[in-house]
Ligand binder design. Structure first.
Ligand code: LRH
Ligand code: MN
Length: 426
């Protein structure tokens, strides 16, 4: 549907204004001793994984308002992510959720992925819902359940996820547990932790040696008194307990209000236990809004810590998994995802602008104001021409959302798939 010609035509119509903005910024950066060409290469290499469960309209318990043209199966989900990648050349990976996205024909899936220049970056297990025909319920938990047969069922499900993932070439299993309690006394905290640690160890021991297990934490929802893995410290302790192939997954929406997430990220990088991110934006709780839409400065401070650690040879942290985890209640899901990727690229570009040597000196001399000003200087730099240049050089659109709209893609998807289709996911 999206022919390269459409993108080229659009870029040609915007080229002059883009080039003057880019050259102006490149000169400004040159005076700061920063190479715009180097930053463009960094941005071209930065790829974000798209969640297969966020290609349709999300909902809340108060309602869901489908906008039509939503993917009806895994193949159409891959087609939509291929569309995003064609528009921004920055979304070459897909996170799958099992059983929402069981690959019926792995061969055909691999072929489609190949054609679109995509790959599967991780499989997510789901022991937070009961599937039709499931023998034992996860109402009172899964890996932390008091009943060993329920724990065994959940362990078997995670092993099945690894098998599905292996047929599709990924080597990452993401585990998020809804396990917890709603009332005091309902759960024995120490025994619940130990059951969870033992069950994760049972999965870990059967996981291929070249696989990674990402352990995601969340302070509340769907349980509202306690969660078995509520915070980074608990996830980190579990990863220490499991072994080197276990890493902490940071979902930005999974923090209590006013948590200093950038410090959590710096800690985990320092310990070499940061596995990756579920990027999204949030005002209050796990709101799963557009990434960078609500607290752009905090998001920048997170990338500042990441970039500082990634540029420090003393930090021994494995490569990070960059993934989005969002839910779209009022925006077009595809436009929302395109906007999120743009925000992520812009925030990374700003973090790359920080003069780390000057910042280090200001910190050493306790020049509080100068240290902050060095960060704000980078944050307040308009890097949009850099991101646009990176996409242009990768054959993508200078402005992906503009081309998405110009081509009337949502209308075409509704014509092709119907106005009532609802995608699996949240
Ligand atoms: C839990 C979560 C987890 C997913 C789900 C879709 O809130 O962030 O990462 O499994 O959303
Ligand atoms: Mn998540």
């Amino acid at each position: 549907m999206v022919l390269q010609a459409h993108i080229d035509d659009y870029n040609a119509s915007k080229l002059q204004s883009h080039q003057s903005a880019f050259h102006h910024l490149a000169e400004l950066l040159e005076r700061r001793g920063v190479s715009a060409r180097h930053l463009v290469r960094e941005l071209q290499a930065f790829q974000v994984a798209i969640p297969s469960w966020a290609l349709g309209t999300g909902g809340t318990r108060f309602g869901r308002f489908p906008l039509g043209g939503e993917p009806r199966n895994l193949s159409e989900k891959i087609e939509d992510i291929g569309l995003l990648h064609a528009l921004n050349a920055s979304s070459n990976a897909i996170s799958l959720h099992i059983p929402w996205d069981v690959p019926e024909d792995p061969g055909a899936v691999l072929q489609q992925l190949n054609t679109l220049g995509l790959h599967i970056d991780s499989v997510n297990s789901n022991t937070f819902q009961d599937q039709p025909g499931q023998s034992l319920s996860y109402k009172f938990g899964s890996l932390a359940h008091t009943d060993p047969t329920v724990r065994a069922q959940a362990i078997a499900h995670n092993m099945a996820c690894i098998e599905h993932g292996a047929t599709l070439g990924t080597r990452t299993l993401t585990v998020w547990l809804a396990d917890g309690s709603n009332f005091p006394g309902q759960q024995h905290f120490r025994r619940a932790w130990q059951r969870t640690a033992d069950a994760l160890a049972a999965i870990y021991s059967q996981m291929p040696p070249d696989w990674t297990m990402l352990v995601e934490y969340k302070p509340y929802e769907p349980n509202f008194y306690s969660m078995v893995i509520p915070d980074w410290g608990t996830s980190w302790a579990l990863c220490q307990h499991l072994g080197r192939q276990a890493q902490v997954l940071v979902d930005l929406g999974h923090h209590l209000p006013n948590t200093n997430i950038e410090q959590v990220v710096a800690r985990l990088m320092h310990f070499g236990r940061l596995g990756g991110f579920h990027f999204n934006g949030s005002m209050y709780g796990d709101d799963d809004l557009t990434t960078g839409s609500i607290k752009p400065y905090q998001f920048f401070l997170i990338f500042n810590e990441l970039t500082d650690a990634m540029q420090d040879p003393a930090v021994k942290n494995p490569p990070l998994a960059w993934m989005i985890d969002a839910s779209h209640n009022t925006k077009d899901p595809l436009e929302d995802l395109l906007q999120s990727v743009q925000n992520i690229l812009m925030t990374y570009a700003k973090a790359l602008l920080v003069d780390r040597k000057a910042l280090h000196n200001a910190q050493q001399e306790n020049d509080v104001l100068m240290a902050e000003e060095l960060l704000r200087d980078a944050f307040l730099t308009d890097v949009r021409p850099l991101v646009a240049e990176a996409l242009l050089q990768s054959g993508a659109a200078l402005d992906p959302v503009a081309v998405f709209r110009q081509l009337g893609i949502r209308k075409k998807l509704i014509q092709a798939r119907g106005s009532k289709t609802v995608a699996t996911g949240l």
